[in-house]
Design a protein around this ligand. Structure first.
Ligand code: FES
Ligand SMILES: [Fe+2]
Length: 388
C-alpha cells in the first residue's frame, strides 16, 4: 500500500518561521533526525536571519598570502559583509579595508586580483595609499574644517592562519584559532604556510549555498553523481571540537587525480597520522571547505548571493616545493582535470535538489548513515539561526 501523503509544514500557518518546534527533529540523533525544512533553502526571511547570525558575525576566508607577494598586490572580494579589499603595504603587511569610498561610498576596486600603487576612487578621484590613508581629495581643501586624516579607509580585522587569510567585521569575534577549536592543531602537519594558490575558478550556481555545502560533506552521492568520474568514495566521521566538521576518506594515494591515474607529485613530507593516509573534507563554518589530501589541498567557498543563488569559489593549492618542480604546469593538469570534473558534477546536481525543494509538498526526510557530517552542519545552522 502506498504511504499516505506527508503533510507539508507551513511556517506561516504553524507558529512562524523561527519557532524552534519546526527544527527539533533536525537536532535529534542521526537515526531518527530529519533534514532541514525546505524553506531553509528557499525562503528570503530565513536567508536574511542566516546572513545576520551565521555569516556577518563570523570569519570569512579570502585567500592565501602567496597571492599578494608584492607591495600593492590586492584581492577585491565580495562577502556577506559587503565588498572587501585586502592589499599588501610597502611595509610587507597585508591589511583589509571595506571596499567603499569615504566620500559618497562608491566601490573603489572591482572584484578580482591585481596590483595598484594607490587606491583611487573611480567617482570623484579621492585617492588612498596602501595603508588606507586619504592622500588626495580634489577641491576638498575648500571645505571648512576638512582634514584628510579623518577620512581614511575603514579597516577590517584580518588574521593570517598559516598564510591563509580570514577577515571579520565583528570586533568582538573570538580569535580565528579560538573559533576553529582544535582545527589548527590537527591540521598543522599540512604546513599551510608553505602552500601556494596556483589557480582559481568561480562558478554561479542557481541553488541555496547549503545545498552545495552539504553535498561537499557526504559521499552518499558519489556513486551516482560521480559514477563516470570519481566513482564511489567511502568516508568515516571525524570528531571535531570548534566551529567546523569533517569527514575522512582513508586511501593511501592522493584522490586529487582521477581513479586509475597515478598522482605525479610527492606527498607532503610533514604529514603524520591520519593526514598521511587519507583525505579530509572539512567545513569551516559556515561556508568554507578545506579539502586536504596527501599532495595538495583545495579550498572551496560557498558564497550566498541570495536564497537560491550561490557563487562557488575554488582555490587550488600545492606546496611551494611541488610548484618549483620541473614540469609542474604539465603535471598539474591531471589535478585540474579531476577537480573541475568533480566540481561541475556537484554544481550540476545542486539545482536539481533546489527545484525539488521548491515543492509546496516537500517535507524533511531522514538522513542516511553516510550523511553524519551533513547532520552535524545542519545542527550548527539551527543552533546559530534559531538557538538551542
Ligand atoms: S564617492 Fe569616491 S570620490 Fe566620490
Ligand atoms: Fe561530489
Amino acid at each position: 500500500m502506498p504511504a499516505a501523503p506527508a503533510k507539508a509544514s507551513s511556517p506561516a500557518s504553524n507558529g512562524g518561521l523561527f519557532d524552534p518546534a519546526h527544527y527539533a527533529a533536525t537536532l535529534g540523533e542521526l537515526g531518527a533526525a530529519r533534514t532541514l525544512p525546505a524553506w531553509c533553502y528557499t525562503d528570503g526571511e530565513f536567508h536574511r536571519r542566516e546572513m545576520e547570525r551565521c555569516f556577518r558575525p563570523n570569519w570569512h576566508f579570502i585567500g592565501h598570502e602567496s597571492e599578494m607577494r608584492e607591495a600593492g598586490d590586492y584581492m577585491s572580494i565580495d562577502l556577506a559583509i559587503g565588498p572587501i579589499l585586502a592589499v599588501r603595504g610597502k611595509d610587507g603587511e597585508v591589511r583589509a579595508f571595506a571596499n567603499t569610498c569615504r566620500h559618497r561610498g562608491a566601490r573603489l576596486i572591482e572584484a578580482g586580483q591585481g596590483t595598484c600603487k594607490t587606491i583611487s576612487c573611480p567617482y570623484h578621484a579621492w585617492t588612498y595609499n596602501l595603508t588606507g590613508e586619504l592622500r588626495g581629495a580634489p577641491s576638498m581643501n575648500e571645505v571648512p574644517g576638512f582634514t584628510r586624516e579623518d577620512w581614511g579607509l575603514i579597516a577590517i580585522r584580518l588574521e593570517s592562519y598559516e598564510g591563509f587569510l580570514w577577515i571579520t567585521a565583528n570586533p568582538d569575534a573570538p580569535a580565528l584559532e579560538t573559533y576553529l577549536g582544535d582545527f589548527a592543531e590537527r591540521f598543522r602537519c599540512y604546513d599551510f604556510a608553505a602552500m601556494r594558490v596556483v589557480r582559481r575558478e568561480t562558478y554561479d550556481v542557481p541553488c541555496n549555498w547549503k545545498v552545495l555545502a552539504e553535498n561537499a560533506l557526504e559521499d552518499y552521492h558519489t556513486g551516482t553523481v560521480h559514477a563516470g568520474s570519481l566513482g564511489q568514495q567511502h568516508s568515516v566521521p571525524v570528531q571535531c571540537s570548534g566551529n567546523w566538521c569533517a569527514l575522512y576518506m582513508p586511501q593511501e594515494t592522493s584522490i586529487a587525480v582521477l581513479p586509475g591515474e597515478t598522482a605525479p607529485f610527492p606527498h607532503i613530507a610533514s604529514l603524520e597520522g591520519e593526514p598521511a593516509h587519507g583525505t579530509f573534507f572539512t567545513m569551516l563554518y559556515p561556508n568554507t571547505q578545506f579539502a586536504c589530501t596527501q599532495d595538495c589541498l583545495w579550498c572551496v567557498t560557498f558564497h550566498p548571493l541570495g536564497p537560491e543563488h550561490t557563487q562557488v569559489r575554488v582555490a587550488f593549492c600545492f606546496p611551494e616545493t611541488t610548484v618549483a618542480r620541473p614540469g609542474f604546469a604539465q603535471d598539474a593538469e591531471k589535478y585540474f582535470h579531476r577537480w573541475i570534473i568533480g566540481i561541475e558534477e556537484d554544481n550540476g546536481i545542486g539545482p536539481v535538489q533546489q527545484e525539488g525543494l521548491r515543492s509546496i509538498a516537500s517535507v524533511p526526510g531522514p538522513y542516511g548513515p553516510r550523511e553524519f557530517t551533513v547532520h552535524e552542519m545542519n545542527k550548527w545552522i539551527i543552533r546559530t539561526v534559531i538557538g538551542d
